[in-house]
Design a protein around this ligand. Structure first.
Ligand code: HEM
Length: 242
């Protein structure tokens, strides 16, 4: 078995070296320092997994916690699913038919409230501040999302605010500009579909009569300080098509 692995590794290495030399020849580049496309691709894969899994998981946990603290919103989302999707299992293509579910996703906690750090490549002025070259800058998306000058009642979970379409343009959860999250569409699709499935397939209940604690933990991606604990039960008579 070990021999098979070594054989495969050699083939992959040879193929990547071949691709590297072909590319250099095609682009008329000098031989240059060696770089390994496979390692580059693996690193890219690792970045995608690191950047995509924790953020999506954290967003889902906040979503379910908010929904359990606002059962009337959970009920409204469930009704929307029952009306527009019915007894079939909800699919990715159905999401565009579910505006209320999309409002819930817009209203979610930003998983990376300070986005990613930036380095000023030259001296510049931002608002009234002079920023010298090489300063590390952080964008406080959390503060922008809770600014009462921008939002009505910003600290309350109110998906209805997004019934007015232009409100969604003020969201910064995925950053903005050329370094914004490249996985934003994928993440919005995955998070929406997962929440839809969780709502459609299960009846949810809190484990006791107290509200779920929404204290934030620490970290670049902000998870809940106390992990969500909840009870769920399959919804009767649903998903006969599975
Ligand atoms: C709910 C889920 C997600 C949230 C809230 C999120 C949020 C963010 C934020 C705020 C940034 C920094 C943007 C900036 O500084 O302007 C970012 C960057 C990034 N995200 Fe996501 N993300 C999510 C899911 C994903 C997924 C699924 C992928 C890939 C499959 C991904 C890949 C990346 C990468 C590679 C960067 C770095 C981009 C760069 O520096 O040019 N993210 N994300």
């Amino acid at each position: 078995m070990t021999l098979v692995y070594i054989f495969l590794a050699c083939i992959l290495l040879l193929l990547s070296l071949k691709r590297l030399f072909q590319t250099r020849k095609f682009r008329n580049l000098p031989p240059g320092p060696p770089s390994f496309p496979i390692i580059g691709n693996l690193l890219q894969l690792k970045v995608m997994l690191l950047a995509g899994t924790d953020t999506s998981a954290v967003t889902l946990e906040w979503a379910m916690s908010n929904l359990l603290n606002h059962l009337e919103i959970l009920k409204k989302a469930k009704n929307e699913l029952d009306i527009y999707v019915g007894h079939q299992l909800v699919e990715e293509l159905d999401i565009s038919k579910l505006p209320y579910l999309q409002s819930i996703v817009y209203e979610l906690h930003p998983a990376a409230p300070l986005l990613l750090p930036r380095l000023a490549s030259e001296d510049c002025t931002i608002g009234e501040f002079h920023v010298p070259k090489n300063t590390i800058l952080l964008v406080n998306a959390w503060d922008i999302h809770t600014d009462p000058k921008l939002w009505n009642d910003p600290t309350h979970f109110k998906p209805d605010r997004f019934q007015k379409e232009s409100e969604a343009n003020k969201i910064l959860s995925f950053g903005l500009g050329k370094r914004a999250c490249p996985g934003a569409n994928l993440a919005q699709g995955t998070v929406s579909l997962t929440i839809a499935l969780l709502i459609q397939c299960f009846e949810w209940k809190q484990i006791n009569s107290e509200k779920i604690d929404m204290t934030e933990g620490k970290g670049l991606t902000v998870s809940k300080k106390y992990p969500l604990e909840a009870m769920c039960q399959c919804r009767n008579g649903l998903i006969r098509s599975i």
